[in-house]
Design a protein around this ligand. Structure first.
Ligand code: SF4
Ligand code: SF4
Length: 286
């Protein structure tokens, strides 16, 4: 399965707008949302069916059997994550602080502690004529890279399509590396601002390390023509394909509020996205 990944250095740059539009323009029958901290592709994909859901197990968490506990305090004083506290004369585990290292289980003289699989989020699969894989990480859980990998594996396992589009995670952390792994091309949606340029350069460093072909487009280019020119020059100097720029267009927000992709409406933004699609298609050779 050939995969196009849409990325941006941070949230709010229009990554999902571009991803949703590419899904429509490529008529992709397989796609995924790997923004597991804040998935929202389903909002513009307007699904009519409920997804199949399954729990995603991340790490393990310590559980104390209060009936066995002898209140020696050894677990609390040996937990280097400070995850066990004495509250109202009982030792309790802070599920957000526990890293599942197992030290407390090993040292408890009363064998009152064991580790249990923790439900860190949920995987969802929409399977109609098109296959859509997505997931949501629970608050305070740190397994986002692992969950992103699970979203991609779920898509591949449930679709025989030869082409897929993936809405990636924002930023440059672990989930982004997991998003990039195994894709055939990355399309970066850059924002024309000082921080947007810095974010784009940081993503490019990550993409280069993983040796994946990349192209760049700009969203809301007219909020800074100067920074837009800077991004275009940067791409030229570094021989990065620049595939187009999208103007600030309030039709995009209106379309999203109605659960639609902007590409179905004739407006300046949708015409620009059409151009980005054509250039991306040529680069991908699909
Ligand atoms: S180490 Fe075991 S016995 Fe001691 S306080 Fe912790 S749970 Fe209780
Ligand atoms: S498993 Fe490790 S992190 Fe969790 S409470 Fe026990 S010692 Fe602390």
């Amino acid at each position: 399965m050939k995969k196009l990944l849409i990325l941006s250095g941070k949230g709010g740059t229009g990554k999902t707008t571009v991803a949703a539009s590419m899904i429509e323009l490529f008529a992709a029958k397989a796609f995924a949302d790997c923004d597991v901290d804040a998935p929202n592709l389903h909002l513009v994909e307007n699904r009519n069916v409920l997804p199949d859901r399954k729990d995603f197990h991340g790490s393990q968490k310590a559980v104390i059997d209060k009936l066995r506990c002898m209140f020696c305090g050894a677990c609390a004083s040996n937990c280097r994550f400070d995850a066990i506290k004495l509250v109202k004369s009982k030792y309790i585990v802070d599920e957000f602080a526990c890293e599942g290292c197992g030290v407390c289980e090993q040292i408890c003289p009363a064998k009152a502690i064991h580790l249990e699989d923790d439900i860190a989020g949920e995987l969802m699969l929409y399977k109609e004529e098109r296959t859509f894989s997505t997931a949501k990480l629970k608050m305070g859980r740190g397994n986002s890279g692992k969950l992103v990998t699970a979203v991609k594996q779920q898509l591949v396992k449930n679709s025989e399509e030869e082409f897929a589009i993936i809405d990636g995670s924002p930023g440059i952390g672990c989930p982004v590396v997991a998003s990039i792994s195994g894709v055939d091309m990355v399309l970066i949606v850059a924002e024309p601002s000082q921080s947007g340029i810095s974010d784009m350069e940081r993503i490019l460093d990550t993409v280069y390390q993983l040796d994946v072909p990349v192209a760049v487009c700009i969203n809301k280019y007219d909020i800074s023509l100067e920074k837009t020119e800077e991004i275009i020059s940067f791409c030229e100097e570094n021989e990065i394909p620049f595939v187009g720029k999208i103007p600030l267009d309030e039709t995009v927000t209106k379309a999203q509020n109605n659960g639609r992709s902007v590409i179905h409406i004739d407006c300046p933004a949708s015409r620009a996205i059409q151009g980005i699609y054509e250039q991306t298609k040529n680069l991908l050779n699909v």
